[in-house]
Design a binder for this molecule. Structure first.
Ligand code: GLU
Length: 482
């Protein structure tokens, strides 16, 4: 049997990190078993669908490095993989179930249903609608024939229960007392999520459904529907929802929930994938940095936890730093150059690209996000902008003009313009002025970079070049009134 799995986001919002994790788990599962991974679009909600969201879903999955064998944009034997184009099929299934007495036109009024729910609640029962207002099939057929509109509900077998072996949560049982005679086709002819999702899973030959735990209570409905269609139920695996560090469901209060925001914030896709993989799955003791190939080889559904999983931005940032440091310098430069250019709102000249490449290894050592870099190297590519607090803290001290003047004298006549040359000159200056490294060097840093926080000083000066470095030191001296 070929493993066939799917991810089925609705294009009613940007790709959520929780959906991204579900996509990754499905992908890992398929890739480790020569399976097929499908991207379907659950776009039944025409009011809330936006093409922008569909593009975001596709773009975000690709950014993560996930590919799919069938589905949106790539097609496949069951195309179209888009629910809005399959309404006829859902209708056909609903009518077939109706014809076999497994579903019925429902004429229960909202008032009746409301009353039923209130009564059940008052009596301490689950208010799952049990079909008590169902009318005789012939009566129903007549009413529909005479133009009355009615939704079609599934006749859930009662009494009864549905049990399934969830790969994450083990055995789960739902008594049918808890399961509504749910609507499968609305009176306007549109399918509900339950119908569309189940029909697609059956038609596309889905063998394993891995999705968020929020859909656990839908699963008995999907199983009853699947079996009513005469199909074999897939294996289900419900993933624990992502929580914020406070243990509450992950929401905007905790930070971003859209994957694209992490991309915009300078998180590397490789780090994001690694971090998402560990949200509920562990390759073993204390292992945190795991390559994608390793994950494919080792991912097993049995090892996915049913415990709540915490999405922790600090850990993600830490992991991103690990991945940034692992990049070859060229690759690092290729990734940050567009960000630097976006920040400058212009392209880099070839000389400037050389400067970026030269400073890159020193910035790479410290960066936690790719987006940190533009700010750190901006001093190389434009006029220096003094950070007020840095100026106040450092340049108003009596030693600042002394250090700056000595540095100008040393650097202006330095023959060997190299990191070592700059360093030797500036250390000689320290000795001559009898300043500590901190007192002597911080003013130079503020003068050439504008801030007390910058890439390493000697490298910064070297990469800036003699003319600019000296001119900045002189400008700072003037600004200090010397
Ligand atoms: N369209 C559903 C969602 O976005 C997919 C649910 C499923 O995987 O069955 O939540």
């Amino acid at each position: 049997m070929t493993v066939r799995v799917r991810i089925a986001p609705s294009p009613t919002g940007y790709l959520h990190v929780g959906t991204a994790r579900a996509a990754l788990y499905n992908w890992l599962f398929a890739r480790g078993r020569n399976g097929v991974f499908i991207l379907r679009s659950d776009d039944t909600d025409s009011e809330r669908n936006e093409p922008e969201y569909q593009d975001d879903i596709v773009g975000s999955l690709r950014w993560l490095g996930l590919d799919w064998d069938e589905g949106i944009e790539v097609g496949g034997p069951h195309a179209p993989y888009q629910q809005s184009l399959r309404f006829d099929r859902y209708r056909e299934v609903a009518l077939d179930l109706l014809g076999r007495g497994l579903a019925y036109y429902s004429f229960a009024t909202p008032e009746q249903l409301d009353e039923f729910r209130k009564e059940a609640q008052a009596a301490g029962r689950t208010p799952a609608y049990d079909g008590r207002f169902r009318v005789d099939a012939e009566v129903a057929a007549d009413r529909v024939a005479s133009g009355e509109q009615a939704p079609i509900r599934l006749a859930v077998p009662r009494p009864g229960s549905t049990t399934f072996n969830d790969s994450v949560r083990d055995e789960v049982t739902f008594d049918h007392d808890q399961v509504d005679d749910f609507v499968i086709l609305r009176s306007d002819g549109s399918p509900t999520y339950h119908l569309a999702s189940t029909v697609d899973d059956v038609d596309f030959g889905i063998t394993h459904v891995m999705r968020g735990e929020d859909l656990l209570s839908s699963t008995p409905k999907h199983i009853i529907l699947t079996e009513a269609m005469g199909a074999k139920r897939p294996v289900y695996a419900h993933l624990a929802l992502l929580m914020g560090p406070d243990g509450k469901k992950l929401s905007k209060r905790h930070g971003h929930t859209a994957l694209n925001a992490y991309r915009a914030d300078g998180i590397m896709p490789e780090a994001m994938v690694n971090y998402l993989a560990l949200l509920g799955w562990s390759p073993g003791e204390d292992e945190t940095v795991v390559s994608l190939e390793d994950m494919v080889e080792r991912f097993r559904l049995e090892d996915v936890t049913k415990n709540a999983t915490i999405f922790d931005n600090d850990k993600l940032e830490w992991m991103n730093g690990v991945y940034i440091r692992e990049l070859a310098v060229d690759d690092f430069v290729a990734r940050v150059a567009p960000l630097v250019e976006a920040d400058l709102r212009r392209g880099l000249s070839s000389a400037e690209s050389g400067q970026l490449a030269a400073i890159a290894p020193h910035v790479q050592e410290r960066a936690k996000r790719l987006t940190d870099v533009a700010g750190q190297v901006a001093f190389l590519f434009g006029d220096v902008e003094y950070d007020d607090a840095s100026w106040e803290k450092v340049m108003t001290k009596p030693e600042a003009p002394i250090a700056v003047a000595a540095a100008v004298a040393g650097l202006a006549t330095l023959d060997d313009w190299s990191t070592t040359g700059v360093e030797t000159t500036l250390r000689t200056m320290l000795e001559e002025t009898e300043l500590s490294a901190r007192k002597g060097f911080q003013p130079l840093r503020v003068a050439v970079t504008g801030s007390t926080v910058s890439p390493p000083l000697f490298e910064s000066i070297e990469v800036l070049g003699r003319d600019v470095a000296v001119a900045r030191l002189e400008a700072a001296a003037t600004r200090m009134g010397h």
